[in-house]
Ligand binder design. Sequence first.
Ligand SMILES: Cc1cc2nc3c(=O)[nH]c(=O)nc-3n(C[C@H](O)[C@H](O)[C@H](O)COP(=O)(O)OP(=O)(O)OC[C@H]3O[C@@H](n4cnc5c(N)ncnc54)[C@H](O)[C@@H]3O)c2cc1C
Length: 476
Amino acid sequence: MRPEEIMKQIKEHEGLSRRDALKMMALSPVAASVLASSALPATAEASASDAVGKIVIVGGGSGALMVLARLRRALSKPDITIIAPNEKHVYQPGQIFVAAGEYEPEDIIFDNTGYIGEDVTWIKDEVATFDPDNNKVTTKKGTVVAYDYMVVATGVQYHYEQIEGLSAEMLGKNGIASVYQSDLAEGTAEGATITRDWFNALKEAAKTSKPRVICTQPSTPLKCGGAPQKILYLSDDFLKRDKLTADFTFATAGEKLFSLPEIEAAIQKVQKGYGNITNKFGHELIRIDAEKKIATFHHKYQVQGEFDKEYNEYEMIDKEEEVSMEYDFIHITPPTAAVDAVADSLLAWQKGTAKGWLEVDRETLQHRRYKNVFGIGDVCGIPVGKTGGSARHQGPIVVGNLIAVMEKKEPALKFDGYTVCPLKVSYGKIIMAEFNYDGLAPSFPLDPAEPRWVWWMFDLYMLQPMYRYLMLNGLM
Ligand SMILES: Cc1cc2nc3c(=O)[nH]c(=O)nc-3n(C[C@H](O)[C@H](O)[C@H](O)COP(=O)(O)OP(=O)(O)OC[C@H]3O[C@@H](n4cnc5c(N)ncnc54)[C@H](O)[C@@H]3O)c2cc1C
């Protein structure tokens, strides 16, 4: 099916039958890939480069594999080593669909080996220390690996232990879940099934009572910033579909539901439709009593003080307090940071709001101090949502600019800050919020604030195969 025809179908058929949509989805991966890749910036890889040098890629997730595939195609004599522990690859966006009962766990775990060609040296280990002054890294097992160029793609690390009384081992017990939990080195994503059990337990409880549910969001940068709300709305709708209900509280350290006003307004409308969600802004989860089921938050807020005649406005006074809430079920989004090896290294921003994250230029993705080092994906300390969608758009930039540096040229390609949040506001409806450094940046000429069934179908049925067969192979 041609892209224009897909667009026509989308416009005309918000009520398209499930069968026809599935047919459309099944027929359209090629068209979709054309559409999607046409949105990506030009890259130097179109013409093979004879540039030489030893490249080390650190990490084995989305960003690492996308860069690896593109570099192998772009270089006539690639000399690439990948340092990554994982033989299995987790399709992390699918963790939400497993939790919601739409996917099985095996739908989101792939074999990594097929993506790492035989011409690539694969060290199945993790980097313990980076020594960028001497162009080398040391792995946990003690192997020292030298490089001429390096791409860092180590993703993030969760810190459940920063919430007093909580540890990752407690997830799945006493009404506590977190869809995020995974062990990417082992290729497991236990948070997804834990949260699916949590959905079912919540439903059972709602048959005889009105459970109190809290979904939390911390103040740190997050992988898929929309995931805490995806769980909120899907679990609410999961009950609603069986005419059950609960009292939901969304306790977020932030001051709003979404960074963009258009999407914020759309979400407020969604929440109004549910009618059973209370937002608690400025609430950071700091402690949990799992036995008594009490969550304690650090609440920051402002109160109006005296009227200031000189400035013609009221003085606003900062306040803070501890607030405890009882719950029956709690979904926790963990505080998140760059992995220790990066955060503790010279490669990290040494101060400022991005402290601990990889210090790359937000456009070229080149390290600001170590010019032979690039970053891709969640590890980057740039003001953009941490998503696979971002990594996909960063791939051609990193490869093009890295090859430019290898060819002793200036890196000229610029990342525009693209990221995407397919916000699942109910079963069957997604707000597809795509944006970049400048604001909303929809790939399709459709109102991005409108919850649409077609995006649900696209996300549920098309994205996973597109990710698995096209994106990870650097083909889109
Ligand atoms: C619940 C959930 C829902 C999501 N939903 C979406 C969505 O709808 N859309 C979207 O675009 N994105 C979504 N994402 C985000 C997306 O999965 C990530 O942004 C993407 O995977 C980032 O790729 P990455 O390569 O930076 O990191 P990852 O894919 O996380 O890979 C990191 C890799 O680095 C390895 N590693 C870690 N430390 C070291 C070390 N010291 N040495 C060597 N290797 C190391 C790990 O083993 C892993 O292989 C979601 C994520 C989650 C958790």
